[in-house]
Write a protein of this length. Sequence first.
Length: 204
Amino acid sequence: MSNSPPLDVRFECQQSGHCCCDPQIIVTTTFLDIFQIFSQLDGDFEYLLKKLTFYRVETDLNLELRKRLVLTPVQTSDGKIIPGLMKINGLNCVFYSKPNCSIYNSRPRACRNYPIAFLGAEAEAPFIWAKDSKETCPGIGKGIPLSFPSVIQQGKITLEEINTHNDLVHELNIEASKGKPLSAREVVWMFIVYAEKYSSENNS
Ligand code: SF4
């Protein structure tokens, strides 16, 4: 059975919390996601670090999760990592406060898009339902139909953000290959500095 949404795509969040508490879902974060959360936390860098986790690609992620990664791993002094949101006991997202997200307005792009996953303009279907979401997300099929152009626009923004993130990581990885790689902490700081510059250039 195809995983592509029909043309009549309906989704309205029912605040079930399933996606925020599903052990099979990890939320990886782009440089812009991290910057937005940093701003939401009033610029408290130490507090931000307590909410993040650094998935070591080779040891922390199973093959299934590795195949679904869209962010390029960063070479750090502690190996290749992907930053993401911490989960409590491997279940609830650290920002989940039943029945809501405590950083709703600053939640990562992946959370904003769920249960839709974008595959890129070249793909046969530019977007699909995220893996297993049709079985677990009670919001699918609810509400008024989503506007097709706005979903496509959302996909474009997402892909641009991912590409910009991966370009930045590529630069960091080139620098890491020349000398001493940054620590994960330093990488997060670099993301924030870059995102601040990127945001001011793109909002002006
Ligand atoms: S950031 Fe918010 S929306 Fe995203 S998984 Fe965590 S609690 Fe859910």
